[in-house]
Design a protein. Structure first.
Length: 136
């Protein structure tokens, strides 16, 4: 994960023009790709966690603002970066439901289930309850 500084105008679009995908679309690779050390590796992991946190928070905000397609896209990015971030899977399920995408709800739940199985875990009771509630 690499961060590039684009200055204070980053993410702003000219008047009347839609904004781009934001910071996530400016990812240009690993942080200090030509360096290897414990500190660099720790920093890469921290930056990756921060990016996943930001994407997850942005997805939740998009959901609250009824921007359901954006919420799904942001959840896709967040879970690609950190597939064990169960909260992002739940936001994805709620956004898919709001779009009337029953298959999307189930796909998100199954993605969560598959990711967590990699670490011998299962979705939390709250995620399972959400699935049941959304399938009614």
């Amino acid at each position: 994960m690499c961060w590039s500084w684009a200055g204070p105008a980053a993410g702003r679009a000219p008047a009347g023009k839609p904004r781009g995908r934001g910071a996530a679309s400016r990812n240009e690779g690993d942080y200090l790709p030509d360096r290897t050390s414990q500190w660099v590796e720790e920093r890469r992991r921290a930056l990756s966690r921060q990016a996943a946190d930001a994407l997850s928070s942005a997805a939740d905000l998009a959901l609250q603002l009824h921007q359901y397609g954006d919420a799904v896209r942001l959840c896709e990015e967040a879970t690609a970066m950190d597939p064990f971030r169960e909260v992002a899977w739940r936001v994805w399920m709620r956004a898919a439901n709001a779009l009337g995408d029953d298959d999307g709800v189930l796909t998100a739940f199954q993605g969560c289930e598959t990711a967590l199985a990699q670490i011998d875990a299962t979705p939390s009771p709250s995620t399972r309850k959400l699935l049941k509630r959304l399938q009614r």
